[in-house]
Design a protein around this ligand. Structure first.
Ligand SMILES: O=P(O)(O)OC[C@@]1(O)O[C@H](CO)[C@@H](O)[C@@H]1O
Length: 396
Protein backbone atom coordinates (compact mmCIF):
# COMPACT_ATOMS: atom_id res chain seq x y z
CA UNK A 1 0.00 0.00 0.00
CA UNK A 2 1.28 3.50 -0.73
CA UNK A 3 2.10 5.76 2.20
CA UNK A 4 2.33 9.10 0.42
CA UNK A 5 -0.20 11.09 -1.54
CA UNK A 6 2.01 10.88 -4.63
CA UNK A 7 0.86 7.29 -5.09
CA UNK A 8 -2.91 7.55 -4.71
CA UNK A 9 -4.67 4.71 -2.93
CA UNK A 10 -7.58 2.90 -4.65
CA UNK A 11 -10.83 4.80 -5.14
CA UNK A 12 -13.69 3.28 -3.12
CA UNK A 13 -16.29 1.38 -5.14
CA UNK A 14 -19.48 -0.21 -3.85
CA UNK A 15 -19.10 -3.60 -5.49
CA UNK A 16 -17.68 -5.67 -2.67
CA UNK A 17 -20.49 -7.43 -0.79
CA UNK A 18 -20.05 -7.06 2.96
CA UNK A 19 -18.16 -3.77 2.62
CA UNK A 20 -19.47 -0.51 4.07
CA UNK A 21 -19.95 1.14 0.63
CA UNK A 22 -21.84 -1.89 -0.68
CA UNK A 23 -24.16 -1.76 2.33
CA UNK A 24 -24.94 1.89 1.64
CA UNK A 25 -25.93 1.20 -1.98
CA UNK A 26 -27.71 -2.09 -1.34
CA UNK A 27 -29.44 -1.31 1.97
CA UNK A 28 -29.25 2.32 2.97
CA UNK A 29 -30.53 3.73 -0.31
CA UNK A 30 -33.61 1.45 -0.38
CA UNK A 31 -34.27 2.41 3.27
CA UNK A 32 -34.07 6.10 2.33
CA UNK A 33 -36.58 5.58 -0.49
CA UNK A 34 -38.90 3.84 2.00
CA UNK A 35 -38.55 6.62 4.53
CA UNK A 36 -39.21 9.34 1.97
CA UNK A 37 -42.26 7.49 0.63
CA UNK A 38 -43.71 7.25 4.13
CA UNK A 39 -43.10 10.91 4.95
CA UNK A 40 -45.38 12.49 2.34
CA UNK A 41 -48.79 11.80 0.80
CA UNK A 42 -47.22 11.41 -2.62
CA UNK A 43 -49.26 10.98 -5.80
CA UNK A 44 -49.22 7.96 -8.17
CA UNK A 45 -46.59 9.43 -10.51
CA UNK A 46 -44.19 9.97 -7.62
CA UNK A 47 -44.76 6.42 -6.30
CA UNK A 48 -44.08 5.02 -9.77
CA UNK A 49 -40.91 7.08 -10.07
CA UNK A 50 -39.74 5.90 -6.63
CA UNK A 51 -40.42 2.26 -7.64
CA UNK A 52 -38.40 2.78 -10.80
CA UNK A 53 -35.53 4.39 -8.89
CA UNK A 54 -35.48 1.55 -6.36
CA UNK A 55 -35.23 -1.05 -9.12
CA UNK A 56 -32.70 0.98 -11.08
CA UNK A 57 -30.30 1.81 -8.26
CA UNK A 58 -30.22 -1.72 -6.86
CA UNK A 59 -30.37 -3.86 -10.01
CA UNK A 60 -30.13 -1.58 -13.02
CA UNK A 61 -27.66 0.57 -14.87
CA UNK A 62 -27.03 4.29 -14.64
CA UNK A 63 -29.20 6.10 -17.18
CA UNK A 64 -28.76 9.38 -19.06
CA UNK A 65 -30.61 12.42 -17.73
CA UNK A 66 -33.61 13.58 -19.76
CA UNK A 67 -32.75 15.97 -22.60
CA UNK A 68 -34.52 18.87 -20.88
CA UNK A 69 -32.88 18.45 -17.45
CA UNK A 70 -31.53 21.86 -16.45
CA UNK A 71 -28.39 20.36 -14.92
CA UNK A 72 -27.63 17.96 -17.78
CA UNK A 73 -24.49 19.80 -18.87
CA UNK A 74 -23.30 19.97 -15.30
CA UNK A 75 -23.68 16.21 -14.83
CA UNK A 76 -21.99 15.63 -18.19
CA UNK A 77 -19.03 17.64 -16.89
CA UNK A 78 -19.19 15.63 -13.67
CA UNK A 79 -18.72 12.34 -15.57
CA UNK A 80 -22.26 11.07 -16.26
CA UNK A 81 -21.60 10.06 -19.88
CA UNK A 82 -18.70 7.92 -18.79
CA UNK A 83 -20.87 6.02 -16.29
CA UNK A 84 -24.11 5.59 -18.28
CA UNK A 85 -24.80 1.88 -18.81
CA UNK A 86 -22.72 0.80 -15.81
CA UNK A 87 -24.00 -0.73 -12.59
CA UNK A 88 -24.30 1.72 -9.66
CA UNK A 89 -22.01 -0.68 -7.79
CA UNK A 90 -19.13 -0.48 -10.30
CA UNK A 91 -18.61 3.29 -10.47
CA UNK A 92 -16.89 5.34 -7.74
CA UNK A 93 -18.97 5.05 -4.58
CA UNK A 94 -18.92 8.81 -4.01
CA UNK A 95 -20.28 9.37 -7.51
CA UNK A 96 -23.02 6.73 -7.15
CA UNK A 97 -24.22 8.07 -3.79
CA UNK A 98 -24.30 11.65 -4.97
CA UNK A 99 -26.16 10.75 -8.14
CA UNK A 100 -28.72 8.78 -6.11
CA UNK A 101 -29.85 11.98 -4.36
CA UNK A 102 -30.14 13.80 -7.70
CA UNK A 103 -32.42 11.00 -8.97
CA UNK A 104 -34.42 10.79 -5.75
CA UNK A 105 -35.24 14.50 -5.92
CA UNK A 106 -36.29 14.06 -9.52
CA UNK A 107 -38.63 11.21 -8.55
CA UNK A 108 -40.50 13.34 -6.00
CA UNK A 109 -40.74 16.38 -8.28
CA UNK A 110 -38.26 18.65 -6.51
CA UNK A 111 -36.87 20.07 -9.74
CA UNK A 112 -40.33 20.76 -11.16
CA UNK A 113 -42.15 22.08 -12.98
CA UNK A 114 -45.24 21.22 -10.98
CA UNK A 115 -46.86 21.53 -7.59
CA UNK A 116 -44.16 19.52 -5.78
CA UNK A 117 -41.30 21.68 -6.97
CA UNK A 118 -38.99 22.59 -4.09
CA UNK A 119 -40.69 20.34 -1.50
CA UNK A 120 -37.80 18.86 0.50
CA UNK A 121 -38.47 15.10 0.96
CA UNK A 122 -36.32 15.09 4.09
CA UNK A 123 -37.92 18.09 5.76
CA UNK A 124 -40.16 16.14 8.18
CA UNK A 125 -37.15 14.30 9.62
CA UNK A 126 -35.11 17.49 9.82
CA UNK A 127 -37.78 19.55 11.58
CA UNK A 128 -38.60 16.72 13.99
CA UNK A 129 -34.98 16.78 15.06
CA UNK A 130 -34.87 20.54 15.39
CA UNK A 131 -38.01 20.47 17.54
CA UNK A 132 -36.82 17.55 19.71
CA UNK A 133 -36.30 17.69 23.48
CA UNK A 134 -32.63 16.86 22.83
CA UNK A 135 -32.25 20.16 20.97
CA UNK A 136 -33.96 21.94 23.90
CA UNK A 137 -31.46 20.35 26.28
CA UNK A 138 -28.48 21.29 24.13
CA UNK A 139 -29.63 24.89 23.88
CA UNK A 140 -30.29 25.10 27.61
CA UNK A 141 -26.81 23.69 28.30
CA UNK A 142 -25.39 26.80 26.66
CA UNK A 143 -26.42 28.83 29.70
CA UNK A 144 -24.18 26.56 31.79
CA UNK A 145 -21.14 27.77 29.81
CA UNK A 146 -21.81 31.41 30.64
CA UNK A 147 -19.46 31.48 33.67
CA UNK A 148 -16.46 30.09 31.77
CA UNK A 149 -13.68 32.26 30.31
CA UNK A 150 -14.34 33.01 26.62
CA UNK A 151 -11.58 30.69 25.37
CA UNK A 152 -12.88 27.74 27.34
CA UNK A 153 -16.36 28.46 26.08
CA UNK A 154 -14.94 28.54 22.55
CA UNK A 155 -13.32 25.15 23.01
CA UNK A 156 -16.55 23.69 24.36
CA UNK A 157 -18.43 25.07 21.36
CA UNK A 158 -15.84 23.66 18.97
CA UNK A 159 -16.38 20.22 20.48
CA UNK A 160 -20.15 20.73 20.32
CA UNK A 161 -19.83 21.42 16.61
CA UNK A 162 -17.52 18.43 16.14
CA UNK A 163 -19.70 15.90 17.94
CA UNK A 164 -22.83 17.44 16.44
CA UNK A 165 -21.69 15.57 13.34
CA UNK A 166 -22.98 12.36 14.93
CA UNK A 167 -26.47 13.74 14.29
CA UNK A 168 -26.73 12.47 10.72
CA UNK A 169 -30.16 11.19 9.77
CA UNK A 170 -28.91 9.05 6.88
CA UNK A 171 -26.39 7.39 9.16
CA UNK A 172 -29.08 6.59 11.70
CA UNK A 173 -30.84 4.48 9.04
CA UNK A 174 -28.01 1.96 8.98
CA UNK A 175 -27.21 -0.65 11.59
CA UNK A 176 -23.57 0.45 11.89
CA UNK A 177 -24.69 3.79 13.22
CA UNK A 178 -26.23 2.46 16.36
CA UNK A 179 -23.10 1.23 18.16
CA UNK A 180 -22.11 2.12 21.69
CA UNK A 181 -19.39 4.65 22.51
CA UNK A 182 -15.67 3.87 22.15
CA UNK A 183 -13.94 1.62 24.69
CA UNK A 184 -12.05 3.32 27.48
CA UNK A 185 -8.66 2.17 26.18
CA UNK A 186 -8.95 3.90 22.78
CA UNK A 187 -9.21 7.64 22.23
CA UNK A 188 -12.57 9.12 21.21
CA UNK A 189 -10.61 11.83 19.41
CA UNK A 190 -8.19 10.03 17.09
CA UNK A 191 -6.44 13.25 16.00
CA UNK A 192 -6.71 16.60 17.75
CA UNK A 193 -5.33 19.70 16.04
CA UNK A 194 -7.75 21.90 17.99
CA UNK A 195 -5.02 24.22 19.29
CA UNK A 196 -3.63 24.66 15.78
CA UNK A 197 -7.08 25.72 14.66
CA UNK A 198 -7.31 28.33 17.43
CA UNK A 199 -3.87 29.64 16.53
CA UNK A 200 -5.17 30.38 13.02
CA UNK A 201 -7.90 32.60 14.45
CA UNK A 202 -6.32 35.18 16.77
CA UNK A 203 -8.80 37.79 18.07
CA UNK A 204 -7.85 40.44 15.50
CA UNK A 205 -11.39 41.02 14.29
CA UNK A 206 -10.27 40.65 10.68
CA UNK A 207 -10.25 36.91 10.01
CA UNK A 208 -12.63 35.28 7.55
CA UNK A 209 -13.94 31.81 8.26
CA UNK A 210 -15.43 29.63 5.52
CA UNK A 211 -17.51 26.98 7.23
CA UNK A 212 -18.59 24.21 4.90
CA UNK A 213 -21.61 22.86 6.76
CA UNK A 214 -22.82 19.29 6.82
CA UNK A 215 -26.06 18.24 8.51
CA UNK A 216 -28.98 20.45 9.44
CA UNK A 217 -30.66 20.34 12.87
CA UNK A 218 -28.52 19.09 15.71
CA UNK A 219 -25.28 19.59 13.78
CA UNK A 220 -26.05 22.97 12.23
CA UNK A 221 -27.24 24.46 15.53
CA UNK A 222 -23.87 23.96 17.28
CA UNK A 223 -22.08 25.08 14.08
CA UNK A 224 -24.03 28.34 14.23
CA UNK A 225 -23.34 28.75 17.93
CA UNK A 226 -19.62 28.40 17.23
CA UNK A 227 -19.78 31.01 14.45
CA UNK A 228 -21.67 33.39 16.76
CA UNK A 229 -19.04 32.93 19.47
CA UNK A 230 -16.16 33.57 17.05
CA UNK A 231 -17.84 36.73 15.76
CA UNK A 232 -18.69 37.96 19.25
CA UNK A 233 -15.09 37.56 20.43
CA UNK A 234 -13.40 39.00 17.35
CA UNK A 235 -11.73 35.72 16.38
CA UNK A 236 -13.41 36.27 13.03
CA UNK A 237 -14.77 39.41 11.45
CA UNK A 238 -16.69 37.57 8.80
CA UNK A 239 -18.07 34.08 8.14
CA UNK A 240 -19.19 32.44 4.92
CA UNK A 241 -21.45 29.46 5.52
CA UNK A 242 -21.54 26.98 2.64
CA UNK A 243 -24.69 24.87 2.44
CA UNK A 244 -26.19 22.58 -0.20
CA UNK A 245 -28.20 23.99 -3.11
CA UNK A 246 -30.65 21.08 -2.79
CA UNK A 247 -31.55 18.36 -0.27
CA UNK A 248 -28.73 15.84 -0.12
CA UNK A 249 -27.53 12.86 1.93
CA UNK A 250 -30.82 13.01 3.84
CA UNK A 251 -30.03 15.68 6.40
CA UNK A 252 -27.49 17.98 4.75
CA UNK A 253 -28.24 21.62 5.43
CA UNK A 254 -29.78 23.87 2.78
CA UNK A 255 -30.54 27.59 3.06
CA UNK A 256 -34.06 26.74 4.28
CA UNK A 257 -32.50 24.70 7.09
CA UNK A 258 -30.29 27.63 8.08
CA UNK A 259 -33.39 29.81 8.34
CA UNK A 260 -35.17 27.15 10.43
CA UNK A 261 -32.17 26.81 12.74
CA UNK A 262 -31.86 30.57 13.20
CA UNK A 263 -35.56 30.90 13.94
CA UNK A 264 -35.19 28.07 16.46
CA UNK A 265 -32.32 29.89 18.16
CA UNK A 266 -34.04 33.26 18.30
CA UNK A 267 -37.19 31.65 19.73
CA UNK A 268 -35.17 29.93 22.47
CA UNK A 269 -34.32 31.48 25.82
CA UNK A 270 -31.13 32.72 27.40
CA UNK A 271 -27.75 32.50 25.70
CA UNK A 272 -29.13 30.56 22.71
CA UNK A 273 -31.41 33.46 21.79
CA UNK A 274 -28.52 35.93 22.18
CA UNK A 275 -26.43 33.87 19.77
CA UNK A 276 -29.38 33.66 17.36
CA UNK A 277 -29.92 37.43 17.40
CA UNK A 278 -26.23 38.06 16.83
CA UNK A 279 -26.28 35.82 13.74
CA UNK A 280 -29.53 37.37 12.51
CA UNK A 281 -27.96 40.82 12.55
CA UNK A 282 -24.68 39.47 11.13
CA UNK A 283 -26.64 38.26 8.10
CA UNK A 284 -28.24 41.69 7.78
CA UNK A 285 -24.96 43.60 7.91
CA UNK A 286 -22.88 41.19 5.80
CA UNK A 287 -20.67 39.67 8.52
CA UNK A 288 -22.35 36.34 7.80
CA UNK A 289 -23.07 35.16 4.26
CA UNK A 290 -24.77 31.96 3.12
CA UNK A 291 -23.55 30.31 -0.08
CA UNK A 292 -25.12 27.38 -1.94
CA UNK A 293 -22.57 26.61 -4.64
CA UNK A 294 -23.53 23.87 -7.17
CA UNK A 295 -20.22 22.10 -6.50
CA UNK A 296 -21.38 21.49 -2.92
CA UNK A 297 -23.56 18.70 -4.38
CA UNK A 298 -20.97 17.48 -6.90
CA UNK A 299 -20.02 13.78 -6.94
CA UNK A 300 -16.35 14.71 -7.01
CA UNK A 301 -13.49 15.41 -4.62
CA UNK A 302 -12.62 19.02 -3.76
CA UNK A 303 -9.41 18.59 -5.76
CA UNK A 304 -11.68 19.09 -8.80
CA UNK A 305 -13.35 22.25 -7.50
CA UNK A 306 -14.04 25.06 -10.00
CA UNK A 307 -12.07 28.31 -10.03
CA UNK A 308 -14.67 30.51 -8.33
CA UNK A 309 -14.93 28.19 -5.33
CA UNK A 310 -11.14 27.83 -5.22
CA UNK A 311 -10.83 31.64 -5.12
CA UNK A 312 -13.35 31.84 -2.30
CA UNK A 313 -11.52 29.29 -0.15
CA UNK A 314 -8.20 30.94 -1.01
CA UNK A 315 -9.46 34.25 0.38
CA UNK A 316 -10.46 32.73 3.75
CA UNK A 317 -8.22 32.75 6.80
CA UNK A 318 -9.24 29.13 7.23
CA UNK A 319 -11.85 26.85 5.68
CA UNK A 320 -13.46 24.40 8.09
CA UNK A 321 -15.11 21.39 6.49
CA UNK A 322 -17.67 19.58 8.59
CA UNK A 323 -18.55 15.92 8.50
CA UNK A 324 -17.74 12.62 6.94
CA UNK A 325 -18.74 13.30 3.37
CA UNK A 326 -16.79 16.55 3.23
CA UNK A 327 -13.80 14.66 4.62
CA UNK A 328 -14.10 12.04 1.88
CA UNK A 329 -14.23 14.81 -0.69
CA UNK A 330 -11.36 16.71 0.92
CA UNK A 331 -8.80 13.90 1.05
CA UNK A 332 -10.20 11.90 -1.87
CA UNK A 333 -12.59 8.95 -1.45
CA UNK A 334 -9.82 6.41 -1.32
CA UNK A 335 -8.65 3.63 0.94
CA UNK A 336 -5.57 5.50 2.17
CA UNK A 337 -3.25 3.84 4.66
CA UNK A 338 -4.39 5.60 7.87
CA UNK A 339 -0.91 7.08 8.49
CA UNK A 340 -0.88 8.93 5.14
CA UNK A 341 -0.11 12.55 6.11
CA UNK A 342 -3.21 14.78 6.11
CA UNK A 343 -1.00 17.66 4.91
CA UNK A 344 0.01 15.67 1.81
CA UNK A 345 -3.48 14.74 0.71
CA UNK A 346 -4.76 18.30 1.25
CA UNK A 347 -1.74 20.07 -0.25
CA UNK A 348 -3.86 21.10 -3.27
CA UNK A 349 -6.37 22.98 -1.09
CA UNK A 350 -6.13 26.74 -1.73
CA UNK A 351 -5.48 27.92 1.83
CA UNK A 352 -5.46 26.71 5.43
CA UNK A 353 -8.02 23.96 5.92
CA UNK A 354 -9.49 22.10 8.88
CA UNK A 355 -11.64 18.98 9.06
CA UNK A 356 -14.09 18.40 11.93
CA UNK A 357 -15.55 14.97 11.51
CA UNK A 358 -16.90 11.91 13.24
CA UNK A 359 -15.70 8.73 11.55
CA UNK A 360 -18.52 7.18 9.50
CA UNK A 361 -16.78 5.69 6.47
CA UNK A 362 -13.56 3.80 5.68
CA UNK A 363 -11.62 6.89 4.59
CA UNK A 364 -8.99 8.10 7.05
CA UNK A 365 -5.62 9.85 6.91
CA UNK A 366 -3.28 11.56 9.35
CA UNK A 367 -3.28 9.02 12.19
CA UNK A 368 -0.11 8.24 14.06
CA UNK A 369 0.88 4.60 14.01
CA UNK A 370 0.27 4.10 17.76
CA UNK A 371 -3.27 5.43 17.54
CA UNK A 372 -4.06 3.25 14.56
CA UNK A 373 -2.58 0.24 16.35
CA UNK A 374 -4.66 0.88 19.49
CA UNK A 375 -7.85 1.29 17.46
CA UNK A 376 -7.29 -1.90 15.48
CA UNK A 377 -6.36 -3.88 18.59
CA UNK A 378 -9.51 -2.76 20.37
CA UNK A 379 -12.06 -2.78 17.55
CA UNK A 380 -10.71 -4.40 14.40
CA UNK A 381 -11.81 -2.02 11.63
CA UNK A 382 -15.13 -0.97 13.21
CA UNK A 383 -13.71 2.34 14.45
CA UNK A 384 -13.67 3.59 10.86
CA UNK A 385 -17.44 3.50 10.40
CA UNK A 386 -19.07 3.33 13.83
CA UNK A 387 -19.42 7.10 14.31
CA UNK A 388 -18.02 6.81 17.83
CA UNK A 389 -14.65 8.42 17.07
CA UNK A 390 -13.91 11.90 15.83
CA UNK A 391 -11.03 14.02 14.61
CA UNK A 392 -9.88 17.60 14.26
CA UNK A 393 -7.22 17.88 11.56
CA UNK A 394 -5.65 21.11 10.36
CA UNK A 395 -3.30 21.96 7.51
CA UNK A 396 -1.93 25.48 7.64
O1 LIG B 1 -21.24 13.71 5.93
P1 LIG B 1 -21.86 13.07 7.13
O2 LIG B 1 -23.26 13.54 7.35
O3 LIG B 1 -21.03 13.19 8.35
O4 LIG B 1 -21.93 11.52 6.87
C1 LIG B 1 -22.44 11.03 5.68
C2 LIG B 1 -22.53 9.55 5.73
O5 LIG B 1 -23.46 9.10 6.67
O6 LIG B 1 -22.92 9.21 4.47
C3 LIG B 1 -22.02 8.31 3.87
C4 LIG B 1 -22.70 7.06 3.58
O7 LIG B 1 -23.88 7.35 2.94
C5 LIG B 1 -20.86 8.11 4.79
O8 LIG B 1 -19.75 8.68 4.24
C6 LIG B 1 -21.19 8.85 6.02
O9 LIG B 1 -21.32 7.91 7.00
Amino acid sequence: MPDTASEPAPVLLGNEPGSFPHGVLAERHPAIIRQVRESFPYEPGQHRALDALLANCTEGEIEPLPGDARDRDRWTAWGLDEYVGRSWFDVPWLWAESHFYRRLLDAVGWFGPGAWQGIDPFRPAKTAELDSPETDEELAALDGLAGLPADERGRALLHGSLWGNRADLGFSLSATGTGAGPRDDVPALVADDGERLWSLLPPSGTNTLCLVADNAGRELVPDLLLVAHLLAHGRIGRAVLHVKPYPYYVSDATTADVVDALRRLTRAEGAAADHGRLLWSALADGRLTVRAHPFSCAPLPYADMPGDLRAEFAAATVTVLKGDLNYRRLVGDRLWPPTTPFADVTAYFPGPVAALRTLKSDVITGLDADTEGALVAAEGQRWRTSGTHALIQVRR
